[in-house]
Every structure is written in structure tokens, then in C-alpha cells.
Design a binder for this molecule. Sequence first.
Ligand code: NAD
Ligand code: MG
Length: 350
Amino acid sequence: MAATIWYEKDADLSVLEGKKVAILGYGSQGHAHALNLRDSGVDVVVGLRPTSKSVQFAKEQGLEVKSVPEAVAEADIVMILLPDQYQAAVYKKDVEPNLKPGAALAFAHGFNIHYGYIKPTEDHPVFMVAPKGPGHIVRREYAAGRGVPVVVAVEQDPRGDGWAITLAYAKALGALRAGAIKTTFKEETETDLFGEQDVLMGGINHLCDLGFDVLTEAGYQPEIAYFEVFHELKMLVDLANEGGLNKARWSCSDTAQYGDYTSTVITDETKKRMQYQLKRIQDGSFAKEFMDDQAAGAPKFKKLQEEFSHPHLETVGPKLRAMFSWNNGPAKDADEAESFNGKIARTQVQ
Ligand code: NAD
Ligand code: MG
């Protein structure tokens, strides 16, 4: 069955006229949603904890900022862009008691709805607009007149206007310039978790660092190893994005292609491990493990962050990247230093 994909012509921005959209959180996704919607003419209020460092930052960008309860109380649509592990507590305390009758609830990831950590009453439309890219790219692409594709879903539709609101929101975000693919909360959540833990992060990150170990333990120079197992990854990903795996493959030498086809690194066992991981996602045990740890103050998560905070690759990474003339420009995103260096600290202070 072919996927349903919507574009600019399929959505009507006037659906959002006279409606107030509260964006809760001003992190990676929050700043992009707030600014893009505002620039598309939508009435936006950002909901933050009064103590948050982002309050000043959002105000400087010309946005109206209120506390979470105040922002929710005046909103017709509440987009929750807080870290997944804190959403349920904020929902119970600050969102649910202040929600206007019939106000829509929106998410950029299905986690809390799908696994039942948030259970809105049935009079509230519940929808998802999930960008398939980090917030900084969602903002940069919008500003450049383009968009990042999204997946969209409607979980509850008490009035029958759920899809019209969802697509109007996606249009205001700039996403329909690229396209919105129809999905469900279940499909988005399970496939998103699978992608990040088995391929994009849990797969590639470990593969690169392991390849670096094998080469350096065999006596090769770390600088050379870095280039061979890590640096060139970007070029291949760029080519694959343009023209798929076939373009990435035919851009490489016949020698490289032959090595690719005959490699024994990824085995049937890898597929079995992927299926095992997928099962843990589908039956909720991954979500439960993560959320239980978070509820206990995240001891396991913090230990893992510390344990993985010194990838072997990075023994030479900073030095090599500083040498690259094409990398020496100013930071691309205003909050880069804070979010990059403060990732661990931010988690710890929550
Ligand atoms: P983030 O960590 O970058 O930002 C979270 C924001 O929430 C910050 O402004 C933080 O100060 C604020 N916050 C945290 N706790 C709070 C509280 N108790 N009360 C009020 N504000 C609080 O998060 P993110 O990466 O933008 O993720 C937000 C949502 O978007 C998640 O559901 C995530 O799954 C989804 N998503 C993220 C990406 C991505 O690339 N980052 C992509 C698609 C979807
Ligand atoms: Mg994801």
C-alpha cells in the first residue's frame, strides 16, 4: 500500500486563524516550531519554567513567553516539546488542569501517548507532527524557504477537524514544502525507536568506534584510522541522501564495492539482535526500562552517558576537525555551545 503524502496545496493555514498555539519547551524542536509558526503568521506563546535560561533567549527572538500553566490556559493547541521523560509529570501538574475544553494536544514523537504515560480525556483532539530531522535543521530549512519532511498522525479526533489542524500546523512549520507522510502514533513511535537504537545511533556509532579500535590496536595511526572509519561517513551519507545506496555505491571504486558486497561483518546474528530489540520496543519493555530509570533520577542513564562520553575516535577527533579549513566557520546555531557541551549537565539538573 502506497503511503499517503501531503504537500502545501493539501493544507489550509486559515484553520489556525484566531487560534492560539502554545509551544511548551524551547529546546531543539521547541525553538524551531515557535519561530517557524510565528513567521507563518500563527499566534504563538511559548510555555517555559520561569527559571529556564531559555526565557530570555525566546524573548530576544520576539516571542511571547509565559509559565506553562498560563500558556496552556489560553491555548487552542498545545504542542508538547519537552524531553519525552518529563512530559507525563508536566502534563499531570501543569497541562491537564489548565487545558481549555476541546483544546488540541500535539506531539513531535508518539512515545508518551503510545505507551500510555499521557492519557488525555477523549474531548481533546490529539495529533502528531514529527519532523524527521533535528530542530536546528527544521529552523534553518524554513528560513531558507525549504522544509524538513514530517510524519503526521491523529490519535483522537472528537470533532472531525483533527486532520485539518494537523496539516495546517505542518504547513506553518514549513514541513509541507517537503511533504508530510501519514502514520500512526504506534508506527511512528516503534519505528523511530528502532531506527535510533539499531541503525542510526546504536548501530553506526558503535560500528565507527569499533572500527577505530580494530585499526589502532593493529598499530595504525589514529589520525589515519579516524579518516578511514569516520570522516568519510559524511560523504557517503550525503551521496546516499541524494541518490540512495546505489549512488553511494557507484561513487566508490570497484574495489570498495567488492569489499562491501563480500563483507562478513553484518551477519544473520545482527538481524536476530535487531529483531530482539524491536520486540523490546513493541512490548514496551524498552520504554519501561528507560522511564523507570528516569523516575529514579536516571542513575543508569547518567552512568551510561559518562561511560560513553569518551569515544575512542574522539582522542583525535577534536584535533583533526580543528585542522579542517571547511569546519572553521562560526557556530551554525546560536545555542550550539550550550546544547553540545551542556547535554549531560542539562539532563542532570532536571
Ligand atoms: P530538548 O531537550 O532539546 O528541549 C526540551 C525543552 O524543554 C528545553 O527547553 C527544556 O528547558 C524544557 N523543559 C525540560 N523540562 C521542563 C519542564 N519540566 N517544564 C518546562 N520545560 C521543560 O528536547 P527536544 O529534542 O526538542 O525534544 C522535544 C520533543 O521532540 C520530544 O518529544 C522528542 O522526541 C521530539 N523530537 C525531537 C527531535 C530532535 O531531533 N531533537 C526530532 C523529532 C522529534
Ligand atoms: Mg528519532
